[in-house]
Design a protein around this ligand. Structure first.
Ligand SMILES: *[C@@H]1O[C@H](CO)[C@@H](O)[C@H](O)[C@H]1NC(C)=O
Ligand SMILES: *[C@@H]1O[C@H](CO)[C@@H](O)[C@H](O)[C@H]1NC(C)=O
Length: 370
């Protein structure tokens, strides 16, 4: 059932790389996105007060969510925004994230379902322009919700892939329409989409950045391919270097990274995050200049530990590295994940026989290819 979407995702991902290189091949297609009124009807808010109860609201009623009898105004609220080709109801990332929060407890757990627009292969020409309207409409709903008395201090956003860009835009727009008086306290962006964003080449839709919210955490897992490789948050985690992961190398041995692997790498970001919601200390990471330095040098070994994902100390900033294992039931390598090779630990991500150490630039360079 998921297979056609995964394939469509991969095919269009590849097309969109080509387009990035060839200056928007599809620009001739004229498309006008649905306006805010339609978006507010077609996009749904999915509230799961517990694992067995699902409440659907149109986006236009998000502002009234705190008046729902099952909403607890004393508790923090999370809104998860899914990615391209996914939905906010039964797709894997949504189920994983909302399941983790529901199991953890202590939160109003909400997902955005923008599948009406996300399940469209025209990534650059239709989905992204439409996403802009969705993000702006959502920001207005949030403003009204906070004006009605639900405290913004209790709120955080999580997004994956295109959703990882959307959470940046939502926060940025909220700040803009309230003259900076409403700033989202925490945003977690799980492998934010790279194509179209990394090089600022989609008109008017800037990539997520640390100026969008008080705290922006990025988990890079398919950096330079489906996701962004540049450092853009207050804190950026680069598990296994940020691009390829143990357990994803289905074509290991061929020396070629195939599309199926890219999808696996891209999805690792929400696997990691959901595990961190269940156990905050599952992924210790350390600050370092580069993955090479982290792996081969002892220089970063003594640096402070920050836990990747939900449990991160929100005052920590910079680039953080760790290694993980490939077992989806327990991706954690524990403290072994932050020991440099110098200390005698076998490299954990050995499946890649064409492993090329990569260095990660600090900030986005305008016009640079990835
Ligand atoms: C290890 O650290 C030294 C000193 O900081 C530096 O000169 C060297 O380039 C580093 N090696 C790697 C592989 O990053
Ligand atoms: C997962 O694996 C790590 C390291 O291999 C281990 O330290 C940890 O206890 C494991 N976690 C669980 C829940 O089994």
């Amino acid at each position: 059932m998921k297979i056609p979407f995964v394939f469509a995702f991969l095919v269009v991902l590849h097309i969109s790389f080509v387009c990035d290189a060839r200056q928007s091949f599809f620009d001739w297609i004229s498309f006008s996105p649905d306006g805010p009124a339609k978006v507010a009807e077609n996009v749904r808010v999915v509230f799961t007060p517990d694992k067995n109860t699902v409440v659907f609201l149109p986006l236009k009623d998000l502002q009234f969510l705190p008046t729902h009898p099952r909403f607890n105004k004393q508790l923090p609220t999370v809104i998860y925004v899914h990615g391209w080709m996914e939905s906010g109801t039964l797709d894997v990332s949504t189920l994983a994230i909302r399941g983790a929060y529901n199991d953890r407890g202590g939160h109003n757990v909400v997902c955005l379902d923008w599948s009406h627009y996300s399940k469209n292969v025209n990534y650059r020409t239709e989905v992204i322009p439409q996403m802009k309207v969705i993000a702006e409409t959502m920001a207005e709903e949030l403003r009204d919700m906070f004006n009605e008395g639900y405290p913004i201090s209790l709120f955080h956003l999580v997004g994956h892939s295109l959703g990882g860009q959307m959470v940046g835009k939502i926060s940025r727009h909220l700040k803009k329409i309230t003259d900076g008086t409403m700033e989202v306290p925490r945003v977690y962006s799980l492998d934010p989409a790279g194509p179209g964003f990394e090089n600022h080449n989609i008109d008017g839709f800037e990539p997520i950045s640390k100026t969008d919210a008080k705290y922006v955490q990025i988990i890079h897992t398919c950096g330079g391919v489906a996701g962004m490789i540049h450092r853009v948050g207050h804190i950026d985690f680069f598990p296994n270097g940020g691009t390829h992961h143990p357990g994803c190398a289905v074509d290991a041995g061929s020396g070629v990274f195939g599309p199926v692997e890219y999808a696996c790498d891209h999805y690792r970001s929400w696997h990691f995050y959901q595990a961190s919601v269940r156990d905050e200390k599952v992924f210790p990471a350390i600050r370092c200049i580069s993955y090479d330095d982290f792996l081969y040098n002892g220089t970063c070994y003594a640096n402070d530990i920050v836990y990747m994902g939900f449990g991160a100390d929100i005052t920590a900033t910079g680039k953080y590295y760790l290694q993980t294992r490939g077992n989806l039931f327990n991706l954690s390598a524990g403290m072994d994940g932050i020991r440099p090779l110098k200390y005698g630990v076998t490299r954990l991500n050995v499946p890649y026989n064409n492993y090329m150490p990569m260095s990660v630039p600090d900030e986005i360079t305008e016009g640079e290819m990835f």
